[in-house]
Design a protein around this ligand. Structure first.
Ligand SMILES: Cc1ncc(COP(=O)(O)O)c(C=O)c1O
Length: 360
């Protein structure tokens, strides 16, 4: 559609036009039922089919083994920062939390209110530009769990290694799930909010080991217990039916567009276009350790804040929107999740080249 912007928002983020068109076409009458999907009971067989299909698609896209359960929850990824220690910190004396970017730092803060914590690695001193290899982390024995974030959306840094810890491993994949191939069996608990790679905000996907879920703290209220959600097939109470439905459409879109391998290939290509430009110029900078750079969130700065403001204004007037870095770190950030088209990244690259020519 010609009046759609190049949308680099970090989340809620751009969605494929085909998906939005399909949602639009079904909004008044879903599949001939004379109602939209969001106006019927979540227990109705029409919605149940949508829900089950979405779950099956996650399993097939990510080759989820039978050992793991798929759960859809509300409350965003942030709720998980508290629910994880609430449910599982009783499994050991101390919980290991990595502090490797703004989101995992938030998780540290929340968990510290709930349980005894060991910050097993911290990149605060290097300003979140380098993450220690997992083998160097100071994991405490007798610990209940390890928690980290695989892709730090704000700093544009990621972990590519698979974990191999003795303790149950919980990983926030909010801004990378479905963008890279992962071996789900290596993780005990994966979670991701939807608003980057698979739909509107307000729904969170969890993929967790069944053997772990049954260890949820039995003393918690049901709504906070993971096993209660799993036992009720994510319908302990009224779920976010619209989010779940759009997520299902996104999963269909992934399947129709080459699956996760293709998403990883495209994300790598798109991010490399920008990193190559940044590295080849003295005008733009990216501080992140090269082999840890995110393929979904490309951050960059220019040496003067005046130029950065001009960059953002001029980019915006050319339809390149939402490039401002997170309010806590400044600079620029191009979020280029799976639905982001190559054409938009090329348009940004061309703009960056021209801007440097003008002011560099
Ligand atoms: C890596 C990461 N974790 C957690 C969150 C928080 O998600 P929510 O706003 O859905 O709670 C975000 C949101 O941007 C994120 O990028």
């Amino acid at each position: 559609m010609k009046n759609r912007i190049h949308n680099f928002s970090a989340g809620p983020a751009t969605l494929p036009e085909e998906v939005l068109e399909e949602v639009k076409s079904e909004l008044l009458d879903y599949n001939g039922i004379g109602s939209s999907i969001i106006e019927i009971s979540h227990r109705d067989k029409v919605f149940k089919e949508v829900a089950i299909n979405a779950e099956q698609s996650v399993k097939s896209l990510l080759s989820v083994p039978d050992t793991h359960e798929v759960i859809f929850m509300q409350g965003g990824a942030t709720l998980q920062f508290s629910l994880i220690p609430m449910n599982f910190s009783h499994l050991g004396e101390v919980a290991n939390f990595a502090e490797i970017g703004s989101w995992s730092a938030k998780a540290v803060k929340e968990a510290s209110k709930i349980c005894k914590l060991n910050v097993c690695t911290s990149s605060v001193e290097n300003k979140f530009t380098f993450i220690e290899p997992l083998k160097n982390w100071n994991i405490k024995e007798e610990s209940s769990l390890v928690h980290y974030c695989k892709n730090e959306t704000i700093q544009g840094i990621r972990i590519t290694e698979d974990p191999n810890f003795e303790s149950y491993t919980f990983v926030d994949m909010s801004s990378c799930l479905f963008s890279e191939n992962i071996d789900v069996s290596k993780y005990d608990f994966i979670y991701a909010c939807a608003q980057k790679n698979f739909g509107p905000s307000g729904i969170t996907l969890i993929i967790a080991k069944k053997e772990l879920l049954v260890k949820s703290d039995p003393n918690l209220p049901n709504i906070m217990k993971y096993d209660a959600h799993a036992n009720e097939e994510s319908m302990l109470n009224t779920p976010n039916t619209f989010g779940w439905y759009v997520a299902g459409k996104m999963f269909d879109w992934y399947q129709a567009n080459g699956g996760i391998e293709e998403m990883e290939l495209q994300s790598t290509k798109k991010s490399n276009l920008l990193y190559d430009l940044i590295d080849g110029s003295d005008f733009y900078q990216n501080p992140v350790s090269k082999d840890q750079r995110s393929i979904n969130n490309v951050v960059f700065t220019i040496h003067s804040s005046e130029l950065e403001t001009m960059f953002l204004n001029e980019a915006s007037s050319e339809g390149l929107k939402y490039l401002k870095g997170h309010r806590t770190v400044g600079g620029m950030r191009a979020s280029i999740y799976n639905p982001m088209k190559m054409d938009s990244v090329l348009a940004l690259k061309e703009f960056m080249i021209n801007f440097e020519k003008k002011y560099g």
